[in-house]
Design a protein around this ligand. Sequence first.
Ligand code: NAI
Ligand code: MG
Length: 358
Amino acid sequence: MNRFTIAVIEGDGIGREVVPEGLRVLEAAARRFDASLSWHHFDWGCQTYLKTGRMMPEDGLDQLREFDAIYLGAVGYPGVPDHVSLWGLLIPIRRGFQQYVNLRPVRLLHGVDSPVKGFPPGNIDFCIVRENNEGEYSEVGGRLYSHTDAEMAVQETVFTRRGCDRIIRYAFELAQTRKRHVTSATKSNGIIHTMPFWDERFASVAQNFPDVRTDQYHIDILTAHFVRHPDWFDVVVGSNLFGDILSDLGAAVVGSIGLAPSANLNPEREFPSMFEPVHGSAPDIAGQGIANPIAQIWSGAMMLQHLGQSRAARAVEKAIEAVLARPEVRTPDLGGKAGTRDVGDAIAHEIAVVADTQ
Ligand code: NAI
Ligand code: MG
């Protein structure tokens, strides 16, 4: 039997509602495919911050280091500034564990109504590869003359050759397993130092992949193409900020942010990777039991895949597709009346009956 120990951080808001559904479905998949998942819960997040002044303990990364993977809900809640919650937990884990790839699949599933008309399921199927360690999300900068008329803020963007090359290379290698097409998100007309550098690195890495077709768009028109031509894309690679924005847009194009999964990967496997939905803690619907758990559950399938449990991962994806294909069990974001738990239950039940494809 394959045994894995997983660190679980439910975090805040709907994270506390959707993670238990993820665990239930993953357990059903593990049972069926003869794997053993042992969960270790860490009660870190905004509640911990309000009690202790820290989102996670000072040795938080050391506590997580030996796990096979980290399964995260979301962090952030009113009462704690968003930059405090993200920089106190999520970003230190992504950086400390060199999870430099943020992989975010965008796929239109059967039974889901896209706000963009005219694209049948299967026609929208691409991956966003977001740089996850540097770029625009840097703490280099500061303020001068606070609370005066001369007040100013400076925030530096950091692009390194190592950082650009490794994320772009990952995108090309991923494309080689798919439709062999990589699109680069840039803005080298307006941002005149970092973005031309990004373009240069993209062109340089691309030379090593002559079998992969390339495209490059400025981020402004690229957002329009996401809406008008979502069938154009296979792998889209972008900096930290561009990838972040594109992934919420991609999620909306394929039906709901409540469906969008993501993986924070350390491809070298020197550290644990972390799996979490694209969405945040959704305080506007937290506590009502109506959050869509599918993004969390699908992120769990990505975790199984990363752990080498591809049959179990595929079974979870097929169970999600089977449940979505029926209109009865849907949360309100997809126009239904079902609750978080109903959807988790239905997917866990489906695992037992879906055909084993491998
Ligand atoms: P959000 O993703 O939490 O919510 C945006 C909108 O989508 C809300 O209307 C929400 O109700 C809806 N939504 C999100 N997930 C849903 C789901 N599973 N089912 C149904 N509807 C869903 O983004 P927002 O409002 O910008 O941020 C809220 C908090 O989450 C903030 O504190 C923010 O910093 C944090 N956040 C945390 C992230 C993380 O932990 N990775 C990522 C994004 C935001
Ligand atoms: Mg985001």
